[in-house]
Ligand binder design. Structure first.
Ligand SMILES: Cc1ncc(COP(=O)(O)O)c(C=O)c1O
Length: 390
């Protein structure tokens, strides 16, 4: 048998969310009804138009004339065109700057394969744990610098003193629920231009932004087309967490230090390692851009956001210090009386409430828990009642 890739041994033993799940399962064994506000998964049924599009696409497979075989690795033009026309209308991208993917997890985890093991990486702290794990698997554990998101800086990442080659930014942010200001994003784009760095912009929650002035795309910032890749997902926007569909925007002019086009490298990479996603799913994603599709999806998003706001204002009323929850479905809540986040998680679980301890997203997440608005209004109301007795 071959030996293990030793980088895998450098990962934390249990993927963090599994640890939380184990505790919750144990609590469930006592027949408790768990009020799950930890969940980052969708809970509303799919939009009817999405289901119809999949059925119609499945029917096409019954006929020789409309049958589909292997599709393009980077996705069908019909979906890329909808993305360009709807999400990037004013940015003048070309169709081959868009890549359809099977969820952002795949692209976030694999894009780092394109770059030298010696690249210095900047990762937000707290952050979605995947950025760190993917870079550890790539042998960069020693090359990661964490960029703390602190309460005193309104959870905005400050520029580092050192030169970083790759920077992961996520806005609206998971887990803090905050949107980075235009000024912060401009600072990072300027930093990237000055230091010849690449920004990987995670826009998984872009669809939840409703504030007029909040930046939705990194390309709203002048110069970003020279330094930034953007990724977005249909997972939370349209309930595709099981269907799997996302996309990347990779401007053709962005080059590695060795003058190779990242767009071409990713094309080459996915042609080898990825066969594209199914026609059915891409038709489903296309349907989200029709007028009824937009209306159905907006209605689901607004239900989640109404629930998030109930949670946010309910927590405020109970005198908790809370952040986020306006342009994202997450509320970042300060643990009372300097309690550690894992201890506060345990206290909440005693009241049958599940939240995610901030420490699981990085050391700067200590002292906070993340509540999620991907829950029904009944669960949120019951959780707020229980919190009132804590
Ligand atoms: C910040 C962030 N990025 C990416 C993802 C992954 O999204 P996908 O379902 O498209 O793989 C998630 C999922 O929760 C997330 O929170």
């Amino acid at each position: 048998m071959p030996k293990i890739n030793s980088n895998l041994l450098k990962l934390k033993k249990d993927y963090f969310f599994n640890e939380i799940e184990k505790k919750v399962l144990l609590k469930k064994q006592s027949k408790a009804k768990i009020l799950n506000l930890g969940i980052g998964d969708i809970t509303q049924p799919l939009a009817p138009i999405v289901v119809e599009a999949m059925k119609k696409a499945a029917d096409e497979m019954k006929e020789e004339k409309t049958l589909k075989g292997y599709g393009p690795s980077s996705g069908y033009a019909f979906l890329k065109q909808k993305i360009l026309d709807n999400d990037y209308k004013n940015f003048y991208f070309e169709i081959d700057e868009i890549f359809i993917s099977s969820g952002m997890k795949y692209s976030l985890a694999n894009i780092s394969d394109l770059f030298s093991q010696n690249s210095k990486v900047g990762i937000l702290d707290p952050a979605y744990p995947l950025y760190t794990d993917a870079n550890i698997i790539n042998g960069r554990k020693q090359n990661i610098s964490y960029l703390p998101l602190l309460e005193e800086n309104n959870f905005e990442p400050l520029l580092p003193d050192e030169k970083l080659d790759i920077i992961y930014l996520c806005s609206p942010n998971n887990p803090t629920g905050q949107v980075f200001s235009k000024k912060t994003l401009k600072n990072w784009v300027d930093y990237a231009k000055k230091n010849n760095s690449l920004i990987i912009f995670d826009g998984a929650y872009e669809a939840f932004i409703s504030s007029k002035d909040s930046v939705k795309s990194i390309y709203e910032i002048t110069g970003a087309k020279d330094v930034a890749i953007e990724m977005r997902s249909f997972s939370k926007k349209a309930g595709f967490t099981s269907l799997r569909c996302s996309y990347l925007v990779i401007p053709k002019n962005i080059k590695t230090l060795d003058n190779l086009s990242i767009n071409s490298l990713w094309n080459r990479y996915i042609d080898t390692k990825f066969g594209g996603i199914s026609y059915l799913i891409q038709k489903a994603a296309e349907a989200t851009y029709s007028d009824p599709g937009k209306a159905q999806i907006n209605s689901i998003i607004s239900t989640y956001m109404q629930n998030t706001k109930t949670l946010l204002f309910g927590l405020k009323k109970l005198n908790y210090t809370v952040y986020g929850g306006i342009d994202s479905p997450y509320v970042w809540c300060k643990c009372p009386k300097n309690v550690k986040s894992m201890d506060f998680f345990d206290k909440l679980l005693e009241k049958n409430i599940c939240a995610i301890p901030g420490i699981g997203f990085g050391s700067s997440g200590e002292g906070f828990v993340r509540f999620s608005g991907f829950a029904s209004s009944e669960i949120i109301a019951e959780a707020l009642l229980n919190l009132g007795t804590l």
